[in-house]
Ligand binder design. Structure first.
Ligand code: FES
Length: 95
């Protein structure tokens, strides 16, 4: 995926080597966290973004897009975080 295809403040999901990932761009940087809610496995790609957080579409837990940290219940566990970098305009994720 090209970095230019990911708009500032938006999210996108990608499935890579058995991992459902949630990509975001914040402050021009690309971040990758798990794309499945740790509460009841909702697809966070269907969530909405508020500032630097994604809101789960099912029970509204929020997660920090940069770190995967859970902000509010009912989810209690963070999302896994994956190293992301952009090389020559292409996004690379370490899984
Ligand atoms: S499935 Fe995400 S908060 Fe319940």
């Amino acid at each position: 995926m090209k970095s230019a295809d990911l708009e500032e403040g938006s999210i996108s999901t990608v499935d890579l080597r058995g991992n459902h990932l949630l990509l975001s761009k914040i402050g021009g940087e690309v971040y990758a966290v798990g794309g499945t809610c740790t509460h009841e496995e909702a697809d966070l790609g269907l969530g909405v973004v508020i500032e630097d957080r994604v809101v789960c579409p099912l029970h509204l837990s929020q997660f920090e897009l940069k770190t995967g940290k859970v902000v509010n219940p009912p989810a209690t566990l963070p999302l896994p975080r994956f190293a992301a970098r952009v090389d020559d305009g292409t996004i690379f994720i370490e899984v």
